[in-house]
Design a protein around this ligand. Structure first.
Ligand SMILES: Nc1ncnc2c1ncn2[C@@H]1O[C@H](COP(=O)(O)OP(=O)(O)O)[C@@H](O)[C@H]1O
Ligand SMILES: [Mg+2]
Length: 426
């Protein structure tokens, strides 16, 4: 009998649950280079929270692999699926296509004895409120508009959002103004911030005009306000929640994305900490559990931009909280990056699994080694080097079993919109 390989599962869970609540992500590759064949199924534990780093050079299959895990979570039996929800920070604007079946790779799916499947009702697309029309005009199916309430951020976070060193006089002025509004417990807007700056008599003229200018520009980003849905109220169980942040103008794109990611990450963490307490109380018999905020799998494409190794951004703090303290409240984190050495080292060291497609730079390989010091660098290097060149092949480092597997990731059931453009008619 051919046994499945189950990665990421604790041995006590394995005894109790066998292979239930796992996701089928691919097959074990045996042999080297082009002389390989596909063997046992590789199943991923979806019972417990994990930190899974997905790495690989451009076009090697990172975003595709992230989508496979989302599909598996959304396909679990209801008793598990209804306790989970996926959130994807979509920097490329590609995951809305999970609403469509993968007719594009029908031959490949057939070889794997699989059928295309759409996750139409289960995929919800969120875009910045002011861009909703633009998306709909481009025929991209959007479900919700969201915005960023300025009062959600602390004075220090505002300085980080504008990339101001905290001792800079403009940063100090900004922090003072934000502080004053927070002290009044106000739900303030960018306009309120601007008038507060104008009215302040203690600020230096050049600080005043710099702040006025900065805030006016930020107002034009079209993301601040209270319009649209409250993100934590619409993350329902069993869904794939796509936050499409791809269509932002280059100049401000990363500031806005970082603010949004900071907000989403923090909301998820706060909601899950609350939900976890209620779950404990229900277990003790003190309360009856009503609808609760599901456990979250947070996926993040191009994650090195949100939590880089060499600088602090406004999203660094909330992400690191999830990475370090997310397991207890039940938050999984799946960063994807083509530059594992550019991503914050705490993410790498907290990862309990790595899915690494082909990597070419030595620095990036060395960074992966940071995950599992028990492996010999040479083994990791050899395993990656002997992968066939085809797309969707990867090595998987599993900290639970302390093993390295070579894997061919399975084809996607739903459409993957990430294919590079070609100069031919589609
Ligand atoms: N497991 C796979 N099976 C089949 N094709 C794949 C697989 N993984 C990736 N591909 C192909 O490779 C292309 C690039 O993958 P993608 O995940 O978008 O790359 P990146 O690493 O840049 O995120 C996809 O559009 C798809 O055609
Ligand atoms: Mg990608």
């Amino acid at each position: 009998m051919v046994h499945e390989i189950i990665i990421g599962r604790r041995s006590d869970d394995l005894k109790k649950y066998g292979s239930t609540a796992t996701g089928y992500i691919g097959k074990n590759l045996i042999g080297k280079g082009e002389d390989t064949y596909l063997a046992n199924k590789v199943m991923l534990d979806l019972l417990r929270p994990h930190v899974i780093l997905i790495a690989g050079k451009r076009g090697s299959g990172k975003s595709y692999s992230g989508g496979i895990i989302m599909e598996e979570i959304a396909s679990l039996p209801d008793e598990f699926r209804n306790n989970l929800t996926s959130v994807i920070i979509d920097t490329m604007g590609i995951y809305w296509s999970m609403k469509t079946p993968n007719e594009d790779q029908i031959v490949l799916l057939d070889q794997w004895k699989m059928k295309p499947k759409a996750f139409e009702d289960r995929t919800k697309v969120f875009v910045p409120f002011s861009q909703k029309k633009e998306f709909l005009d481009a025929d991209i199916p959007v479900d919700f508009g969201i915005s960023i309430p300025p009062y959600e951020f602390s004075p220090e976070e505002w300085s980080l959002a504008f990339q101001l060193p905290s001792t800079n006089p403009i940063a100090l002025g900004l922090q003072k103004i934000v502080n004053q509004l927070h002290e009044k417990n106000e739900r303030f807007s960018i306009d309120d911030l601007i008038s507060k700056v104008k009215d302040d008599r203690t600020l230096d003229t050049h600080v005043k005009s710099a702040l006025d200018n900065m805030l006016s520009v930020a107002d034009k980003w079209g993301v601040f306000g209270e319009e649209g849905v409250k993100i934590d109220e619409v993350m329902k169980p069993g869904r794939v929640n796509v936050f499409d942040v791809s269509r932002l103008r280059e100049a401000e794109a990363w500031s806005v994305r970082n603010l949004l990611v900071a907000l989403i990450s923090r909301k998820i963490y706060e909601q899950r900490v609350m939900a976890r307490k209620q779950e404990e109380l229900a277990k003790m018999g003190t309360i009856q559990l009503k609808e609760r905020f599901p456990m979250v799998w947070l996926f993040m494409d191009e994650a090195h931009n949100f939590c880089p190794s060499d600088a602090m951004t406004v999203s660094s703090g909330p992400i690191l909280t999830i990475v370090k303290q997310g397991r207890e409240p039940g938050i999984s984190f799946v960063p994807m990056t083509q530059m594992p050495n550019k991503i914050h080292q705490d993410i790498v060291s907290q990862a309990d699994m790595v899915i690494s497609h082909r990597l070419t730079s030595k620095h990036d390989l060395d960074a992966l080694h940071g995950v599992m010091q028990t492996y010999l660098m040479e083994d990791i290097w050899k395993s990656i080097d002997s992968l066939p060149k085809s797309r969707g092949t990867a090595i998987i480092l599993d900290d639970n079993s302390e093993r390295i597997y070579s894997v061919q990731l399975r084809p996607r059931l739903s459409w993957h919109a990430g294919e590079a453009a070609i100069a031919a008619n589609v």
